[in-house]
Structure formats: structure tokens, C-alpha cells
Design a protein around this ligand. Structure first.
Ligand code: NAP
Ligand code: MG
Length: 397
């Protein structure tokens, strides 16, 4: 008998190989077991083109309305894609559009499986990275200085008031210079999204910066985090979750020695670099999930990888593929579990956790796609095709 899901989940369809997998997951793993109202938005590239990308905006607003969404990977068109699909223009990244409508932060979380050992032996629980995705060097002004001269920062308050001029450097010869900024609003949103995630997932929150050197800039981040955590202290206490501020270099050292199990909030550049380090440390892109969380607690789950275009081209030629569906399955289970928690329907949460456990057991029993077979220990002798893997999971479920 199917389990009833009280409130809707926003379903966002996508492109290429992940679109093929998406349909299989939905038909074989989800719909046979759940009686669920899916608010469907087709963000396949053709549909985005037809609607002048309105469908992306509608999907983001639906997540705002219903609070939980699950998204398939989508093409972000470049010039080659415009030609390939005959598009009207290079539509913007759907993830970028949705992120700016929800004012959200992206968290990346690896899936841990016993026979897929991480590169760092002590990592037995996921290390989740939250990256601040605004400002710093990603919205900077910079130039090469050709010769001697004075460089200053000037701030002129709107509506008059005293100008502030600060010396950056008196150049005696050629050099280079950059101006960066951030806004209190964006840092606060980021801190709140991290807090919402840490409380929701019941994991400790770590934040690292270099406030010993950058007393004002990095110090500002540290203070905003402390302020937002302070406001939520009661929730931290009742969730049994802790906040730690560390110097960024100490954070790196502690993470490498830890068993994992924390949310590591990173400034923009740190998050860019550390998310790639952590992802490769845990194994495969096919095991990396991603969730967008807004400061007011709206969630959108997805796989961290793209549409796996190369596999799709093989699939279209009629060749067998072995594409890993695990991160996409976990996007579904993440959304379903979140829905169940919000609706206070434990059987819905249990279904999601059960499906996750079946996927992990399946791989631990040696059934896995090619990307994992290559790194599993012991190495898998053969690998499952895309649909075979999902069928084995369906039987296990
Ligand atoms: P990709 O789809 O992440 O795939 C890159 C390569 O990584 C694949 O060719 C494959 O390697 C391996 N891989 C990734 N996911 C896999 C999986 N589930 N199972 C097995 N192998 C996997 O990146 P891309 O090919 O550079 O990008 C394709 C499209 O995705 C682009 O149009 C891009 O705009 C879009 N994209 C979307 C998102 C998103 O919606 N969140 C994110 C990133 C990229 P092998 O070929 O060696 O097997
Ligand atoms: Mg990076």
C-alpha cells in the first residue's frame, strides 16, 4: 500500500542522461510506494527556450510556496549548446536563477559507502561544505600597476558626508592591485542558511576565516556569524548542535584529522577550493549531493554532477551506459525526508531513509555502476548498467 505524502513536492525535470535516469527513479522507486502530489516543472532546455525561461522562474517560486523541491541536472547553455539545440539565446544557468530567487546557499554532501573508501582514512561521516556564493574576489576590481604611484581606497557616502581615503600602497615600481567587497545582507543570509541547515540536519557548524590577519574584513564575517548564532542559541541547545569558530588554517587541519559529520561554512574562495578537495577525497561525483537552502528554510535537493552528456550521446547511439544514479536518488530521498519532517509524517521519512539504506546495501553487496567499480575495495569484477542498477534497488526496496 502506498504511503500518503501530505503536502506537495516541487519536481524539476532536466536534461540529457540525468533526464533518462530521472524518469526511471520516479517510475521504479518513488511512485510505486508514495501517494504524492508532484508539482511538475519541465526545465529541459527545449521547454526553457519555448517559455523564454519563464518556467525556471515559476519553478523557483513554487519552491518558495511549497518549501521543498527536487531538481534534475540541467544544461547551462554555451555557444555550442545554442547551436546544438537551436536555442533563441544562451539562457542563464537555471541554478543561478533559482538561487537568486530563493537567496539560497548551496551545501554539498557526499554519500558514504563502506566499500568506497575515502582518500582520508578518518573520514567516516560526511563533511558538508557550505560556500558563500557572493562577493570577495568573485566580484572584484583589479588591475596591473605599471610603475611608481600611490594606490588608495576611497569611500564616498551617498548623500554627502565625509569621504574616507585609505592608503593601500605606495608603489615604488610595477605591481598589481585588487579591490574586493561584501555586504552585510549577503553575509547574514549566508549565516542564516548555514544555521538552518545545521539545525535541520543536526550537525555541528564550523566557520573558519583569517581574522588574525584581516581584522576588519574577515573579522566582520566572524562577528556576523557570532551574532546570528547567538540569536539561534536556544535552537542550537535543543538540537544538541554546536557552533565553532576557527582560524581557517586550523579548520583545514582539524577537518583532515576528523571523522567528519560537520557543516563547514566557508567564505567564497575557501568554499570554491575546499569543496573540490572534499569531493575528490570522498570518491566520485556520482556520490555527491547538493542542496540549496534559503535563509527562511526552503530546500531544493539535487545531484552535484551535471547532465552526464557523454553518456547521453552513447545512449542515443543505442549503446549501453553505466551512469551512476545514486546522487539523483538521494536528491529524491532528501526532498521526501524533508517533506515528511515538515509535515510530521514519520512514515514518509522512514520510506526515504529505507530507500537510502537499500541503495547503500546494494553497492556494499557489489552491485554498482562503472565509476564506482573502478574505485571500490575490493574492486568490483563487473559493473551494472544504468537501468540494471535501478532495477536491483527497486527489488531490494
Ligand atoms: P557532468 O555532467 O558532471 O559529467 C562530467 C563527467 O563526470 C562525465 O562525463 C562522467 O565521466 C563523470 N560523471 C558525472 N556524473 C556521473 C554519474 N552520475 N555517473 C557516472 N559518471 C559521472 O559535467 P559535464 O559533462 O561537463 O556537463 C554536462 C552538462 O551539465 C553541461 O551542459 C553543464 O551545463 C551541465 N551541468 C549542470 C549542473 C546542474 O544542473 N547542477 C551542474 C554541472 C554541469 P566519464 O565520461 O569519464 O564517464
Ligand atoms: Mg572549485
Amino acid at each position: 500500500m502506498a504511503i500518503t505524502v501530505k503536502n506537495p513536492i516541487v519536481e524539476i525535470d532536466g536534461d540529457e542522461m540525468t533526464r533518462i535516469i530521472w524518469k526511471m527513479i520516479k517510475e521504479k522507486l518513488i511512485l510505486p510506494h508514495l501517494d504524492i502530489d508532484l508539482k511538475y516543472f519541465d526545465l529541459g532546455i527545449e521547454r526553457r527556450d519555448e517559455t523564454d525561461d519563464q518556467v525556471t522562474i515559476d519553478a523557483a517560486n513554487a519552491i518558495k510556496q511549497y518549501g521543498v523541491g527536487v531538481k534534475c541536472a540541467t544544461i547551462t547553455p554555451n555557444a555550442a549548446r545554442v547551436k546544438e539545440y537551436g536555442l533563441k539565446k544562451q539562457w542563464k544557468s537555471p541554478n543561478g536563477t533559482i538561487r537568486s530567487i530563493l537567496d539560497g546557499t548551496v551545501f554539498r554532501k557526499p554519500i558514504i559507502i563502506k566499500n568506497i573508501p575515502p582518500a582520508v582514512r578518518s573520514w567516516s561521516r560526511p563533511i558538508i561544505i557550505g560556500r558563500h556564493a557572493y562577493g570577495d574576489i568573485y566580484k572584484s576590481t583589479e588591475f596591473v600597476v605599471d610603475g611608481p604611484g600611490r594606490a588608495e581606497i576611497v569611500y564616498s557616502p551617498t548623500g554627502g558626508g565625509e569621504k574616507k581615503t585609505l592608503l593601500v600602497h605606495d608603489f615604488a615600481g610595477p605591481g598589481v592591485i585588487m579591490g574586493i567587497h561584501n555586504t552585510e545582507k549577503s553575509i547574514r543570509s549566508f549565516a542564516r542558511a548555514c544555521i538552518a541547515y545545521a539545525l535541520g540536519e543536526k550537525v555541528d557548524l564550523w566557520f573558519g576565516a583569517k581574522d588574525t590577519i584581516s581584522k576588519k574584513y574577515h573579522g566582520f564575517f566572524r562577528d556576523v556569524f557570532a551574532d546570528e548564532v547567538g540569536k539561534a542559541q536556544k535552537d542550537f541547545d535543543s538540537a544538541g548542535v554546536q557552533y565553532r569558530y576557527l582560524l581557517i588554517d586550523d579548520a583545514v587541519a582539524q577537518v583532515m584529522k576528523s571523522e567528519g559529520g560537520m557543516l563547514w561554512a566557508c567564505m567564497n574562495y575557501d568554499g570554491d577550493v575546499m569543496s573540490d578537495m572534499v569531493a575528490s577525497g570522498f570518491g566520485s561525483l556520482g556520490l555527491m549531493t547538493s542542496v540549496l537552502v534559503s535563509p527562511d528554510g526552503k530546500y531544493e535537493f539535487e545531484a552535484a554532477h551535471g547532465t552526464v552528456m557523454r553518456h547521453y550521446y552513447e545512449h542515443r547511439k543505442g549503446n549501453p551506459t553505466s551512469t551512476n544514479s545514486v546522487a539523483s536518488i538521494f536528491a529524491w530521498t532528501g526532498a521526501i525526508a524533508r517533506r515528511g519532517e515538515l509535515d510530521k509524517t514519520p512514515d514518509v521519512v522512514t520510506f526515504a531513509r529505507t530507500l537510502e539504506a537499500v541503495v547503500i546495501k546494494t553497492i556494499e553487496h557489489g552491485v554498482m555502476t562503472k565509476d564506482l567499480a573502478a574505485i571500490a575495495q575490493p574492486k568490483a569484477e563487473k559493473h551494472a548498467l544504468t537501468e540494471e542498477f535501478i532495477d536491483v534497488v527497486a527489488r531490494g526496496l
